[in-house]
Design a protein around this ligand. Structure first.
Ligand code: HEC
Ligand code: HEC
Ligand code: HEC
Ligand code: HEC
Ligand code: HEC
Ligand code: HEC
Ligand code: HEC
Ligand code: HEC
Ligand code: HEC
Ligand code: HEC
Length: 314
């Protein structure tokens, strides 16, 4: 069992390395990436919102701007706005999301235009997903956010959001609005440096879903391995609970114990090694210098595994 999960982790490491290579390639060659993005010259979302707009025709962004000048000006600075000039998917700019607007543009009749804010979460998602079927959104259908009625627009604000992804409040604060217990965890003495801004909730999570727990990996262990591969091995002498899962000993967000440990180190070790050193808790030790409160990892230092010592003691 241990061997299997262990090789799974290693495979993931390789896949990750390959993905990283691909990603950096994509970033270095934006022209190539953009070419790949373009889909057939159909105005895809038309289908989703057309129903609301009657038999309107496309009138183009300039027509909308005659009445919504501020909106159009602000939009042109967003990522969607900047892309709309060059990307076939957004060729119809405003109407790509709001539907054909000739009926509405005549006199500003709001019944003849679609405001996504007034749609159900599922209809919003359908609108956005006509263009965004990419890898990041592949698992949306089964994601806990979708099944709990969280809308794309809870986190993304097309006209007023921050940064490239138009986020309501950034890559961490957007999440903390709802996930208050993780906010508290992140303030415990040992924590991943999220509050410090060195990483964000989405360093580890894909808010659009995942195979397990919205993680950006197929499992907790594969996730940890992305940044802490040295703890994963392979080692000549494996410590079975490590290969079995980092969460046997660690918490992901924060802990009152050192090094994100679930329990104080001593208690943690003894929870499995009840009889280590002849039951240390009862005071009967087999090593002359071993005090009941001595940290086990003072001696068993390479606790994640070792290539030199079967007792991880170097
Ligand atoms: C003749 C002026 C005029 C033109 C042209 C116009 N609008 Fe409007 N629009 C209005 C008015 C008036 C309202 C209602 C007040 C408001 O929300 O600003 C409105 C409201 C809206 C709303 C909100 C609807 C709602 O249900 O809340 C959207 C979305 C919208 N317009 C999009 C567009 C788009 C896209 C175009 C171009 C196809 C466009 N408008 C062209 C005048 C216009
Ligand atoms: C990528 C999709 C998208 C594009 C493109 C887009 N909008 Fe919007 N628009 C939205 C969404 C979603 C909302 C609902 C409120 C929000 O999330 O900001 C909205 C809301 C609006 C509203 C209603 C504002 C309100 O306060 O309720 C107006 C007016 C509007 N958009 C006009 C425009 C105009 C004009 C353009 C083109 C310059 C445009 N939109 C392009 C998605 C889009
Ligand atoms: C008509 C097609 C279309 C629709 C509909 C659409 N988008 Fe987009 N969106 C695009 C394009 C094109 C880009 C630019 C992607 C690129 O060129 O890399 C983009 C970019 C984005 C990005 C930034 C992506 C990145 O690479 O960082 C986010 C976030 C986003 N859209 C969210 C939404 C949301 C939320 C909705 C629904 C309210 C929506 N989009 C509707 C076409 C669309
Ligand atoms: C719970 C909040 C949340 C919800 C709900 C949400 N998003 Fe996102 N989305 C984010 C965050 C945060 C990012 C930035 C992710 C990152 O940087 O890794 C993002 C990134 C994106 C991107 C860029 C993808 C990429 O490659 O990084 C797109 C496109 C997008 N979202 C579209 C959508 C659409 C469409 C929906 C609804 C079906 C949606 N989002 C729902 C929070 C959310
Ligand atoms: C270092 C990676 C990492 C970071 C950063 C991270 N998480 Fe997690 N999160 C995890 C892992 C791993 C799990 C699964 C825990 C398990 O299986 O016991 C998890 C679980 C969760 C859960 C499910 C409930 C729970 O606590 O088990 C929520 C909700 C959550 N995270 C939200 C957040 C939010 C919000 C942030 C940002 C403040 C965040 N996470 C940052 C790795 C991370
Ligand atoms: C509007 C409230 C809301 C926002 C904002 C929100 N979430 Fe959630 N999230 C939920 C709900 C509801 C659930 C499902 C119930 C639960 O597990 O608590 C959930 C579940 C999760 C889970 C657990 C998945 C699982 O399988 O156990 C993770 C992880 C998570 N969210 C991460 C995030 C991240 C990261 C962000 C920010 C990008 C975010 N959430 C923003 C409401 C929200
Ligand atoms: C995206 C990268 C990333 C991922 C994924 C990640 N970590 Fe970390 N981890 C970090 C960073 C950055 C630090 C802080 C290192 C520092 O301050 O020197 C850290 C620190 C730690 C620490 C030491 C904490 C302390 O108090 O000193 C532990 C333990 C840890 N991570 C375990 C995990 C586990 C378990 C997982 C999987 C749930 C995981 N990490 C996933 C980046 C990551
Ligand atoms: C058997 C329990 C156990 C398991 C399982 C475990 N760890 Fe640890 N980990 C520890 C202990 C104990 C420490 C603190 C070591 C110390 O204090 O010298 C630690 C420390 C760490 C640190 C901080 C190390 C440093 O050098 O500061 C990281 C990162 C870490 N573990 C990652 C992981 C990852 C990734 C996994 C899964 C592949 C994992 N751990 C599985 C017990 C465990
Ligand atoms: C989740 C259970 C679990 C936890 C927690 C755990 N271990 Fe282990 N450990 C094992 C298993 C299983 C083995 C394999 C040998 C065995 O069955 O005793 C092992 C092996 C060892 C060995 C090698 C023993 C030998 O006979 O080769 C040492 C030393 C050790 N652990 C020390 C520790 C220390 C120190 C801690 C605390 C940081 C710890 N372990 C935490 C389950 C655990
Ligand atoms: C002062 C150094 C030292 C400390 C502290 C220490 N050990 Fe050991 N441990 C050893 C040595 C040396 C051996 C091999 C000789 C022996 O078996 O007595 C060993 C053997 C072991 C073994 C394998 C043999 C057996 O008894 O099953 C386990 C498991 C173990 N230690 C767990 C622990 C745990 C758990 C702690 C903390 C409660 C701990 N050790 C603290 C030095 C130490």
């Amino acid at each position: 069992m241990h061997t299997r999960s262990c090789s799974r982790i290693r495979r993931a490491g390789l896949v990750f390395a390959a993905m990283t290579a691909m990603l950096s390639f994509t970033f270095l060659t934006p022209a190539f990436a953009a070419d790949k993005e373009v889909i057939p010259s159909v105005s895809a979302p038309e289908a989703k919102v057309a129903a609301n707009n009657g038999d309107s025709k496309m009138v183009g962004q300039a027509a909308c701007a005659t009445c919504h000048a501020e909106k159009a000006e602000a939009f042109s600075k967003t990522f969607h706005g900047r892309k709309s000039l060059s990307n076939g998917k957004l060729a119809n700019a405003c109407e790509s999301c709001h539907g054909a607007g000739s009926g509405h543009a005549d006199a500003g009749d709001v019944a003849k235009i679609t405001n996504p804010k007034k749609l159900e979460p599922a209809a919003v998602a359908a609108l956005c997903l006509t263009c965004h079927k990419d890898k990041a959104l592949m698992m949306w259908k089964t994601s806990p956010h979708k099944t709990n009625g969280v809308s794309c627009l809870t986190c993304h604000s097309i006209h007023e959001g921050e940064g490239r992804q138009s986020l309501v409040k950034g890559k961490t604060d957007t999440c903390l609005e709802c996930h208050t217990s993780q906010k508290a965890d992140m303030r415990l003495p040992s924590h991943h440096p999220v509050a410090e801004g060195k990483m964000s909730c989405v360093s580890c999570h894909n808010p659009h879903g995942g195979i397990e727990g919205n993680l950006k990996a197929d499992s907790g262990e594969e996730l940890c391995a992305k940044c802490h591969s040295e703890k994963v091995g392979p080692f000549a002498f494996e410590h079975p609970p490590v290969a079995d899962g980092c969460m046997n000993c660690h918490k992901p967000h924060g802990s009152a114990n050192d090094k994100l440990l679930k329990q104080s180190p001593q208690t943690l070790c003894l929870s499995c090694h009840v009889r280590a050193h002849g039951n240390i808790t009862a005071g009967a030790t087999t090593l002359a210098n071993l005090e009941p409160r001595t940290r086990c990892t003072n001696c068993h230092r390479d606790i994640h595994g070792s290539n030199r010592d079967s007792l991880f003691a170097r």
